[in-house]
Design a protein around this ligand. Structure first.
Ligand code: MTE
Length: 402
């Protein structure tokens, strides 16, 4: 029995670590087949420890605080948050910074466990803009960061990290405290009853089981803020990083905005495609996402290792959820600030018909995405000690049989 025996879980999820803590991703095809919104059953999970147990009856009384460099410290319940603040519902994709780490581990072992390419999921999140709350606490002069802390007690203290205060106060960044996912109460693995959701940034900043927001002059000194979610310079080895703490305490190496990324769901590794008697073309397809609210503007596919590229079609499902100007209403609940509508905080789906005969003459299919600021996925991998933010061209090898 693990400490999480109270948490229901879907057998389709693939465990990436031992029995406990729970770290899982869905099979990539199953994730893709669900479409734009991921069901809570197949949503990836990244837990550092045991899931805090909260009885349903106690949920309205869940307390959290806003403290630190504020004129008006606040202690409030989830019930108050729901009753006293405007609620918004928006689609946001969460991505673990370790997504695609397996490819790094294959080149050189990093300190992290092997994620495939399904450490990414999308939900409609309901909650309150974090800036609305912090405004009420009235930050004092010198306040520059928002530290966040969860209720999960871990070997190195509670899980916590921080964000810049000006991001939290900017409605266009869309940072929120969420209590619902796809219209239902949060599931235990995803932060029940209250979590932070930071659009466009690595999942590690979206603190689950939220208990505290602490306004500070400096970034978080929480162990998990310092020793997790960083990309150290590539020449720093696991041994060197363990012996020299200065590599970890340098806030320049902390990662926030996601890097542009994409992956192929079909074909999968090991999938068999029949060359004779089958269809002439195969619809190669997958997902892509950008970081920091930047929209993916193109996805390209190559069969000759990047000598020539073909342009894929992109479907932006998030547009179905955008402001309907004619009707003068939001297609989803509540206010959404203008800049947010111009941003892209979700993944998109791409596809391209590839001639099966051309595939037969190729040794691999590779894909790369580019965002509106021309951040393009690199050809080469940037290995680092935690194996994070891996985003080189995604490759499916073609092997011929028979
Ligand atoms: N918050 C707490 N309190 N404890 C955690 O272990 N993991 C973080 C983040 N928030 C974590 C947390 C990491 S690394 C990620 S990627 C996301 O939660 C994962 O969110 P999910 O499990 O809902 O997909």
């Amino acid at each position: 029995k693990t400490p999480d025996h109270h948490v229901p879980r879907d057998p389709r999820l693939i465990r990436l670590t031992g029995i406990h803590p729970f770290n899982v991703e869905a099979p990539l095809t199953a994730l893709y087949d669900e479409g734009f919104l991921t069901s809570p059953e197949l949503f990836y999970v990244r837990n550092h420890g045991a899931v805090p147990q909260v009885d349903d009856a106690a949920i309205p009384d869940w307390e959290f605080t806003i403290e630190g460099l504020v004129q008006n410290p606040i202690r409030m319940t989830l019930k108050q948050l729901i009753e006293e603040y405007e609620q918004i519902t928006v689609p946001i994709t969460l991505v673990c910074a370790g997504n695609r780490r397996k490819e790094q581990n294959q080149v050189r072992k990093s300190k992290g466990f092997s994620w495939g390419a399904a450490g990414v999921s999308t939900a409609l999140w309901t909650g309150v803009a974090i800036g609305d709350l912090i405004k009420r606490a009235r930050p004092l002069r010198g306040a520059r960061y928002v530290c966040m802390e969860g209720a999960d007690k871990l070997p190195n203290g509670y899980y916590g990290t921080s964000l810049k205060l000006n991001w939290a106060m900017d409605p266009n960044k869309g940072i929120m405290l969420a209590h619902k996912m796809n219209g239902e109460m949060l599931r235990p693995d995803h932060g029940k009853p209250l979590r932070v959701v930071v659009p466009g940034q690595i999942g590690g900043r979206s603190v689950k089981w939220l208990k505290k927001l602490i306004i500070t002059a400096a970034p978080s000194d929480n162990w998990y803020h310092i020793y997790d979610n960083r990309v150290l310079p590539t020449m720093i080895s696991p041994e060197q990083s363990a012996n020299e703490p200065k590599w970890w305490t340098d806030e320049r190496y902390a990662i926030y905005d996601l890097s542009t990324n994409s992956a192929t769901a079909y074909p999968q590794h090991e999938e068999q495609i029949c060359l004779v008697n089958g269809p002439q073309t195969y619809k190669v397809r997958g997902y892509a996402y950008g970081g920091g609210g930047r929209r993916v503007t193109r996805v390209e596919v190559t069969l000759d290792k990047g000598k020539s590229w073909a342009l894929a079609n992109i479907r932006y499902h998030e547009d179905d959820y955008r402001y309907n100007v004619e009707e003068n209403e939001y297609l989803y609940g509540g206010r959404l600030d203008v800049g947010w509508r111009e941003s892209s905080f979700t993944w998109c789906f791409w596809d391209i018909d590839i001639n099966v005969a051309d595939m037969a003459f190729s040794s691999d299919i590779m894909v790369r995405g580019m965002d509106e600021s021309m951040n393009v996925q690199p050809r080469d991998m940037y290995w680092s000690v935690l194996g994070m933010m891996n985003n080189p061209w995604y490759r499916i090898t073609i092997a011929k049989e028979g």
